[in-house]
Design a protein around this ligand. Structure first.
Ligand code: SF4
Ligand code: SF4
Length: 184
């Protein structure tokens, strides 16, 4: 009988302790987020989807060499003849009159990317041309779509390879946490 009373008392005490925990948080503000209508912004050092700025890129290839997964490729734009070297030729020229290398095209295969950040670290431009954005919502419906390509004039997300014909087209149906990602 004594053991039974001890058992019941302990169970009652444990129930009270559980209810006390519930009571403590009952009147606190809710911390759940109603995703996708509400979103949390990741910490600034979060490595999300890689974004690329074709205008800032100087086609140096350091990111290609740094990538351990070999998922970046690029082609340099063909150099213009010296006599055509002016801003009106389309080839960028620095204030000192030097030719600035640019890309013809640039691709990243996100299917092979391990989000290590080495490409971003290696990128030598003052304003990073390639960087991990805060975006964690990119959706790929086919393996082909995971290859993104940029040409000069494309936005930061580039174009995706269509599985039907292998051509590249603007990225549709993609949700991004913010339109302009954080750049370091
Ligand atoms: S994050 Fe790493 S694996 Fe991905 S593209 Fe950059 S270097 Fe390559
Ligand atoms: S993204 Fe950066 S590292 Fe890669 S080619 Fe362009 S400037 Fe060089």
């Amino acid at each position: 009988m004594k053991n039974y009373i001890l058992f019941v008392s302990e169970a009652f005490w444990n129930t009270l302790k559980g209810l006390w925990v519930t009571l403590k948080v009952l009147f606190l503000p809710a911390i759940t987020v109603q995703y996708p209508t509400e979103k949390l912004v990741p910490y600034p050092r979060f490595r999300g989807m890689l974004a690329y700025d074709a205008e800032a890129c100087i086609a140096c290839g350091m990111c290609v060499r740094a990538c351990p997964s070999k998922c970046i490729a690029l082609a340099k734009a063909m150099p213009v003849p010296q006599q055509e070297l002016c801003s009106s030729s389309g080839q960028p020229v620095s204030p000192e009159g030097k030719r600035v290398p640019k890309i013809e095209w640039y691709t990243i295969d996100y299917g092979r990317c391990n989000f290590c950040g080495l490409c971003e670290e290696a990128c030598p431009t003052k304003t990073k041309a390639l960087w991990h954005s805060l975006d964690f919502e990119a959706v790929f419906s086919t393996r082909e779509e995971m290859t993104r390509r940029w040409k000069r004039g494309d936005d930061l997300w580039g174009t995706a390879r269509r599985s039907a014909d292998g051509q590249f087209s603007a990225v549709a149906d993609q949700i991004h946490i913010q339109d302009v990602p954080v750049r370091k």
